[in-house]
Ligand binder design. Structure first.
Ligand code: PA5
Length: 424
């Protein structure tokens, strides 16, 4: 059984058994198609083929950064940013922990205010930069890098600054690779056969995660265990294959929007990573599910209205933790002015579970098919499982749909326009 438990009871009234069963053979075909491709499918076996030397370098650099800096600035956009951000949020405590290094992200926007404030903040901090760009030439991270590199050089002198820059980029080509050779930056590699949004288990995600305190051995172990399950399990037991199949069946029945809903604030950026992975992989040639995400309970008081009574072109995927890492109980209050004594001794996580059940029931009665994916709790091992699970689900789902899961021609279009407009 997969480490991600799939409950699809609430889609059964929309999908006949034989419709789902047809995907058993479709999944076999999609898996063998993916295995035969020789373009960007390196992510499939990656957890079992970790480059040991690169892995050790990542750990060494992470240790050095933790010893010498208060802040690591990770510069990147899209697949070069969201996985690390999602993972760090999932694993870190909600409130600043003095023992941990601060990881700040940049390069995912062109806000002058953001960069001006970041420069001011970093002036008083010891910091390192991890610039991440597979192509080496994306405008947003390149601009942030130029500005923050200038600050680093001003602060430490060029020689020391160069030691405080680690570039994660293509093995051979691109502007960033050339700069690294010239300036002597240490480099980590985004492998040729792994696309940006499938790269979180390469140095792209591993250096920021390891620096923030994640256990990257356990992370890769989790991903590898999930890989073995997904590639060996029968369709019936295979949560990943079934999830990919169910979303396709629902899509073909007019459910064109998939909403991922979660109840833990630390899953918010996981939703952002998931949207990027699925949106960029699947939505092309006039096809594909629109991936959206909700953060509950808060969004129950806003988009909850749309979920309940808006256009019925939606289905919902709840991503939940079986048992959060921590919990707190509600005590008896002797005055009971808030009339909450009936909750005495109940834990807040228990209330969160009740909110999940109540929401499932409400949205089901509002004719929103919904499924639930459950993972045990927040740790590095489970994070590895989740990353691999969704990467594979995405590749399978896009293959079922008949689109290339690994290109992004639409994204290239805006990049081309920016270059033309700025040069003019
Ligand atoms: O998934 C992708 O390929 C994209 O989202 C890229 O990660 C994003 O465009 C950043 O590209 P690069 O790493 O080349 O700067």
């Amino acid at each position: 059984m997969s480490n991600v438990k799939l409950d699809y009871e609430n889609v059964k009234q929309y999908i006949k058994d034989e419709e789902l069963n047809k995907y058993e053979i479709k999944t076999k075909l999609a898996m063998s198609e993916l295995k035969q491709r020789n373009d960007f499918t390196g992510f499939i076996d990656l957890p079992n083929k970790i480059d040991k030397k690169e892995f050790e370098n990542i750990k060494t650099y992470a240790k050095e950064i933790k010893e010498k800096a208060q802040v690591l600035v990770v510069i990147g956009i899209g697949g070069s940013y969201l996985g690390a951000k999602a993972g760090i949020d999932f694993l870190s405590s909600y409130f600043p922990n003095k023992n941990n290094i601060e990881v700040i992200f940049a390069g995912f926007n062109l806000s002058g205010t953001y960069l001006k404030e970041l420069v001011a903040y970093l002036e008083k901090k010891d910091f390192y930069i991890n610039i991440i760009s597979k192509s080496g030439g994306t405008l947003e991270p390149a601009v942030s890098f130029r500005i923050l590199k200038e600050l680093l050089e001003k602060k430490y002198g060029e020689k020391e600054a160069n030691k405080r820059i680690i570039a994660t980029t293509d093995k051979q080509k691109g502007i960033l690779k050339e700069m690294s050779k010239e300036k002597g930056y240490r480099t980590l590699v985004v492998p040729d056969d792994i696309g940006g949004r499938y790269s979180v288990l390469t140095a792209v995600g591993l250096l920021p995660l390891a620096t923030s305190g994640a256990n990257i051995d356990e992370l890769i172990q989790g991903a590898n265990d999930e890989r073995k399950k997904i590639w060996s399990e029968k369709f019936e037991e295979n949560s990943c294959a079934k999830y990919a199949a169910i979303r396709q069946i629902l899509y073909l029945k007019g459910k064109e929007i998939e909403v991922m809903s979660s109840f833990e604030p630390n899953l918010r950026f996981f939703g952002e990573w998931w949207k990027q992975l699925f949106g960029e992989s699947e939505c092309k040639n006039g096809r594909g599910l629109f991936p959206a995400s909700l953060n509950l309970s808060s969004d129950l008081h806003s988009l909850g209205q749309l979920m309940q009574e808006g256009r019925r072109n939606i289905f919902e995927t709840f991503l939940v933790l079986k048992k959060g890492n921590k919990d707190i109980k509600i005590n008896k209050d002797k005055e009971n002015k808030d009339k909450l004594n009936y909750l005495e001794n109940k834990s807040v996580n228990y209330l969160n579970q009740v909110v999940h059940s109540a929401t499932k029931k409400a949205h089901s009665s509002g004719l929103v098919p919904n499924l639930t994916l459950t993972i045990e709790k927040e740790n590095s091992y489970n994070l590895g499982i989740l990353f691999y699970f969704f990467e594979m689900a995405c590749a399978l789902s896009a293959t079922h749909l008949g689109v290339n899961p690994f290109d992004q021609p639409g994204v290239e279009e805006y990049k081309k326009n920016i270059k033309e407009m700025l040069r003019r």
